[in-house]
Design a protein around this ligand. Structure first.
Ligand SMILES: C[S@@+](CC[C@H](N)C(=O)[O-])C[C@H]1O[C@@H](n2cnc3c(N)ncnc32)[C@H](O)[C@@H]1O
Length: 288
């Protein structure tokens, strides 16, 4: 949950405003891929991006999809919306001004694409594209859109991880480089410079980039305390460093563990500043 407030600050508002200004009126069909537990849907309702929609959430992890249903029902109740389950795997949410039918799909996105679903007005991929093989994945992903449809592709990691204060300049740099390399060598795909590379991939694919801008995660303490539960988010990121770097022959394990201990102590003292450079895009498919 702590990622929500970090994402919320990070999302590029200029790209978002272009999205809001470009959506057609009336009921929208939206497909969100790699959707996790549905926090983006709740955010977009809160931000008032749409009032009537069919919203399809696709995620490969069973736990995420199961959690999404309960989490979204709780969120709706807290926000004055009525919910019902018209059939298994769907959730209806409504109040006086808003009405949504949510379909929860547990599937690998590429298997979901093969089911040839009804095309969407808007495709959302949030903190997801940098995990996929690129540009090969674009053909399948854009097949989820109708002609002239929009894609909002957010939080694409782009090659810079900064942790301050520095512990040991050479070691910090080595760890950053190995961490990025682990993203580039994941068997399932991924690119530590996904953000900048998307400009070329999208142009070659022939879609129009309507807006692009940075969406960096910037996490720091205020008066010694991290906002909301962002200290937890920092511990999660350090845990991810540990997972990603544990098998790297070029980094002695004890050196890594000592470095992580120092970073964790910085979090406890409210000293650690974490910056991840990322990019958001709004893209439009041609009309024919
Ligand atoms: C970094 S998380 C982002 C989740 C969510 N968009 C958010 O920001 O809170 C990436 C998500 O993609 C899902 N995922 C990874 N590979 C996938 C695939 N091939 N098909 C569908 N979902 C996938 C994971 O289960 C995970 O929930």
């Amino acid at each position: 949950m702590s990622k929500q407030s970090v994402d919320e600050r990070a999302l590029n508002r200029q790209v978002y405003e272009r999205l809001a200004a470009s959506l057609p009126g009336g009921k929208l069909r939206i497909i969100e891929v790699g959707a996790g537990i549905g926090t983006m849907l709740a955010r977009l309702l809160r931000w008032g991006l749409f009032t009537q929609a069919e919203y399809v959430l696709v995620d490969e992890m069973q736990e995420n999809i199961m959690h999404a249903e309960g989490w979204l029902r709780d969120w709706a109740a807290e926000n004055g919306m009525h919910t019902s389950i018209p059939m298994p795997g769907t959730l209806h949410m409504a109040d006086a001004t808003r009405e949504l039918t949510i379909t929860l799909v547990q599937a690998d996105v590429f298997d979901y694409i093969k089911t040839n679903p009804e095309p969407a007005d808007l495709l959302i991929a949030h903190a997801f594209l940098d995990l996929l093989p690129m540009p090969a994945s674009l053909t399948g992903l854009f097949s989820l859109l109708r002609l002239g449809g929009l894609a909002w592709l957010t939080i694409n990691f782009d090659g810079v991880t900064t942790l301050e204060p520095v512990i040991e300049p050479a070691l910090d740099l080595k760890i950053e480089q190995l961490y990025h390399r682990s993203m580039d060598t994941r068997p399932s795909g991924g690119d530590s410079q996904a953000g900048r590379h998307l400009f070329t991939h999208l142009a070659r694919f022939g879609v129009q980039i309507m807006a692009a801008g940075s969406s960096d995660w910037v996490v720091h303490a205020i008066d010694g305390h991290y906002p909301v539960d962002e200290a937890y988010f920092l511990h999660f990121i350090l845990h991810f460093f540990e997972l990603s770097l544990s098998d790297q022959a070029e980094l002695d394990r004890q050196t890594l563990l000592d470095w992580l201990d120092k970073r964790r102590a910085q979090v406890e003292r409210g000293e650690l500043v974490y910056i991840a450079h990322q990019m958001d895009f709004l893209v439009k498919l041609p009309r024919d």
